[in-house]
Design a protein around this ligand. Sequence first.
Ligand code: HEC
Length: 169
Amino acid sequence: MKGFLLPTTCALMLIVQATARGAPSTSLRAGAAPAGGAQGEGPLPDAPGKELVEIKCGSCHGIDYLAPSTRTVAQWRDTIAVMKNSGANASDEEWKTVTEYLMGNLAYLNVNKASADDVRLVFGVPEKVAQGIVAARDTQGGFTSIDDLKQFPDLDQKKIEAMKARLSF
Ligand code: HEC
């Protein structure tokens, strides 16, 4: 009976306590999110930018802190901002690479609600292609499944299939 701490306050306190102990142990994150994202490549999927992410995001805590995770694009944006405030530093070019890696390989996206910029990042396509997808989506009143993404020749269908767990409609 310690007064009336809200559950969120308790969770925050746990994080603060963990942080105060220094580098968080891997066991701290165990079971934090459903497994199944990475496929036998360690916590992070192999893709361009991975090495940089390991360097930039693995110095204060392990990269296991990054995945598996069900963070959305918006949540990754927030996390990146928090890390910048916590002292993570990189050049603009490096932040761009890190952001593209995180969004393209880890971020979850609601395809029907996403902005063209989020579509660009998550699908790893040029801006024009992303704008075309969003325009088509809005014209047809939204997509219903990844099958709707098959109409876009600029999207790599194998890649879409592989990332379907991260997509919702
Ligand atoms: C200067 C040290 C530092 C660097 C570099 C760093 N982090 Fe962190 N990170 C922290 C600290 C401290 C926490 C602990 C909790 C908090 O402040 O949210 C943390 C927590 C996290 C979490 C867990 C947050 C949660 O809500 O569970 C994620 C995800 C994360 N970092 C991602 C990253 C990514 C991505 C990068 C690279 C861009 C990065 N970190 C680089 C210090 C750092």
